[in-house]
Design a protein around this ligand. Structure first.
Ligand code: SF4
Ligand code: FES
Length: 531
């Protein structure tokens, strides 16, 4: 054993820790479960629930005492017994007090599977007693706390997490334990405050007993029917880690995925609303050629014909919403077209979004860092708007445009300047470019694809497909680019048929990704070395 480490005995087994940490964290690392609803790793400590009681002694020569694991820091030689009968009995009586007013709607509650009361009962075979058995009306006691959130007072255990989230994370006292007209205490808004910021729904997630509910999505699907697929929110370069909750082929919800180096346990409410991009009115779903539905191979051949005819007068407008795989294949496509095109033909816009100094950065795209590593454009810092491209169109230099996840009309422009210029659109947003383009190739949304982004801090992160695309003609962006490349050069067979093939070349040709394999990138991301 290493003498520099702290050795403690947990339930009779010796564990080693590198540094002095909270006993509660040590127990969690040793995978010993203890109810601790008032504790949250990213909020200040209050020790109010009294449930993390354990038997402990600091050395073999002193008597055992009962202590709160969230108040004790581990010390060499400490012995801990979470199953000590006195502590277990005290925990049971506290849980019993909570259960007295807790409704028995577990099978319908959104918190099921993640509720400390439920877990405690399952692990200890504990049968509590509720006074509400048989006469509780489901959701009877929901009380609104603003537009987004409601509270079920019968489930609240006054752990104070919601109050501390407002103070510690939102920096404002919004919620408090306030006396109502019946002179009993309840969680409520302070006068003049509202709970409707872009981070409010984190309250629903951190409430340990399911008391806080999302007024829009609560109970829309049984929580235990939902599968969790790890993904990344594409709404900014922060790369917020999310889980997509889905059942069968439908996405029901987006929830936070813990990643302490990126977003801790928080996500934006706008990330939770990402599911709206799947609405048929919001997305492209059909391959279109000159305004009519068309076969993908025929449309690719026609688009390639325009590229060949326009030669070096073809320009590519590409967005940072593209994945590393898309960007790498785009780079290969440029190589294949190198007789006519070069990086000077790629317009990669550096847009400025509205950051919030927390999880939303000023860069509204998830993978501009990837494009920079890939050196996908010559002018990253100068192309902030579409003006330069419009000038090329008006001067007659640009005779063909390929628009990848971008919108040519995102800035005010007289659409007539594009008359007679073939436009190819590759993307899923049903924007004006998609509606006016000559060739439209719909691609998969973040919910339907697997790939990688590099966030603003140079962390390589993976996202995974949760649901199938609604039609077989909807492909990944890199698959469309690969088809264009192969149609252009028929002697070659398809270069990239799988993501693994792309990654094999990516790790061979791009120094930053040397020796990195897609399947080995950890779920919490990999910090890349800057050149
Ligand atoms: S509403 Fe939830 S988070 Fe807030 S005090 Fe009650 S149980 Fe705790
Ligand atoms: S977790 Fe220790 S008192 Fe609540």
């Amino acid at each position: 054993m290493d003498d520099s480490k702290i050795k403690i005995t947990l339930n009779g087994e010796v564990f080693e820790f590198d540094e002095k940490i909270l006993l509660l964290d040590a127990l969690a690392q040793a995978k010993i479960e203890l109810p601790s609803p008032c504790h949250h790793d990213h909020l200040s400590q209050v020790c109010s629930c009294g449930l993390c009681l354990v038997g402990l002694r600091t050395s073999a020569t002193v008597p055992w005492v009962i202590g709160l694991a969230c108040m004790v820091t581990i010390k060499n030689g400490m012995e801990v017994d979470t199953e000590c009968p006195q502590a277990a009995e005290l925990r049971k009586s506290i849980i019993n007090a909570y259960l007295l007013k807790h409704p028995m709607d577990c099978s319908l509650c959104d918190k099921v599977g993640n509720c400390f009361l439920h877990k405690f009962a399952a692990h200890t075979n504990f049968r509590g007693f509720t006074r509400l058995m048989g006469r509780h009306y489901w959701r009877r006691s929901l009380r609104k706390l603003g537009e987004k959130i409601a509270i079920d007072d019968e489930k609240c255990i006054f752990c104070g997490r919601c109050l501390r989230f407002c103070q510690d994370i939102l920096g404002e006292e919004i919620l408090g334990k306030i006396k109502n007209e019946r002179n009993s205490e309840e969680i409520n808004l302070y006068p003049g405050k509202d709970c409707d910021s872009n981070y409010s729904l984190n309250l629903v997630e951190l409430c340990p007993a399911g008391a806080l509910v999302d007024q829009v999505s609560d109970y829309d699907q049984l929580a235990w029917d939902l599968h969790h697929t790890p993904s990344i929110s594409p709404e900014s370069s922060t790369g917020i880690n999310i889980y997509i909750l889905h059942s069968k082929k439908y996405v029901h919800r987006i929830v936070a995925r813990r990643n302490d180096s990126v977003n801790e346990t928080w996500i934006t409410d706008s990330a939770r609303n990402l599911v709206n991009i799947l609405k048929p009115s919001q997305r492209t779903a059909k391959v279109m050629c000159n305004g009519g539905r068309a076969d993908i191979r025929v449309t690719i051949a026609l688009a390639v014909d325009k590229i060949l005819r326009s030669g070096s007068n073809t320009y590519i407008l590409c967005s940072g919403a593209t994945s590393l795989e898309d960007q790498f294949v785009l780079k290969q496509l440029l190589d294949a077209l190198s007789a006519n095109m070069s990086l000077a033909n790629v317009y990669f816009l550096r847009r400025k979004g509205k950051g919030d100094d927390f999880l939303i950065s000023d860069d509204p795209y998830p993978n501009c860092a990837g494009a920079e590593i890939m050196k996908l454009s010559l002018e990253f810092n100068t192309h902030e708007n579409l003006g330069a491209l419009y000038d090329l169109v008006q001067s007659g230099t640009c005779k063909n445009i390929i628009c990848v996840y971008e919108d040519l009309f995102a800035e005010r422009v007289n659409g007539e300047i594009f008359n007679g210029i073939p436009i190819t659109y590759i993307g899923h947003q049903n924007n004006k470019t998609a509606r006016t383009a000559d060739f439209v190739f719909p691609v998969k949304t973040i919910f339907e694809r697997t790939g990688t982004f590099v966030n603003k801090d140079y962390i390589l992160q993976k996202f995974f497909q949760a649901v199938p695309a609604p039609s077989k003609s909807i492909l990944e962006c890199w698959e469309i680019l690969s088809l264009i490349m192969n149609t252009h050069n028929r002697e070659k067979t398809a270069d990239y048929l799988t993501r693994e093939e792309i990654w094999k070349d990516l790790s061979n040709f791009i120094e930053v990704f040397r020796d990195i394999n897609f399947s080995e990138v950890p779920l919490n991301g990999l910090l890349l070395k800057k050149d």
